[in-house]
Design a protein around this ligand. Structure first.
Ligand code: CTP
Ligand code: ZN
Length: 161
């Protein structure tokens, strides 16, 4: 369905080809772009809507990236900031695939360990950060090196600066 405004007018247009990240928690569309490393300099047309009303969740954000198919590891990252998101693959205006994002069991990089003394935060010879996902709902990660627990708020805070 198109996202409509209260008068029934279509608010954001459908795309021809690309990826629609739908049902992003309201207010977190920019976090999704950040975690994907999308700056706008890539050249793809990106449409973003925030605080759209939805029947499933009260308000949601949507990100539409034209002419781009996201890799599996990119989809995994989205789960860190928008665990309820659905990923729609669009081909010739049709939704040809719809998937929920899901956290993998192990996450490498992307997140910074909240323990500043952790070996993964050393300025010289830093070790690649690695986390075990100990809970998916709500998200909780455990640093493989120092066992520090990292929760959803810690993760979101890293993408809102
Ligand atoms: N969409 C789009 N361009 C298209 C087709 C769909 O931008 N050519 C968007 C829709 O606006 C919607 C999402 O992709 O945000 C999913 O489309 P669709 O499955 O048709 O909508 P719903 O049935 O409402 O999806 P769901 O059941 O996941 O809520
Ligand atoms: Zn650590």
């Amino acid at each position: 369905m198109h996202e409509k405004d209260p008068t029934g007018k279509i608010r954001i247009v459908k795309i021809k080809d690309g990826t629609v990240i739908d049902h992003i928690r309201a207010g977190h569309a920019l976090d999704v772009l950040r975690i994907l490393g999308i700056t706008g300099k890539e050249g793809n047309i990106v449409t973003l809507a925030m605080n759209i009303s939805s029947s499933k969740i009260e308000r949601k954000d949507i990100v539409k990236i034209e002419d781009r198919i996201l890799k599996a590891e990119e989809l995994d990252r989205i789960a860190l900031v928008a665990p309820e998101a659905t990923i729609n693959l669009i081909e010739n205006y049709e939704v040809v695939q719809k998937n929920r994002v899901e956290l993998p069991n192990i996450i490498t990089d992307v997140i910074q360990c909240t323990n500043m003394r952790c070996i993964t935060n050393k300025e010289r010879e830093p070790i690649q950060a690695k986390y075990e996902v100990v809970s998916k709902h709500p998200t909780q990660l455990k640093c493989k090196y120092c066992w520090t627990l990292i929760n959803e708020d810690d993760i979101i805070a890293q993408f809102c600066s």
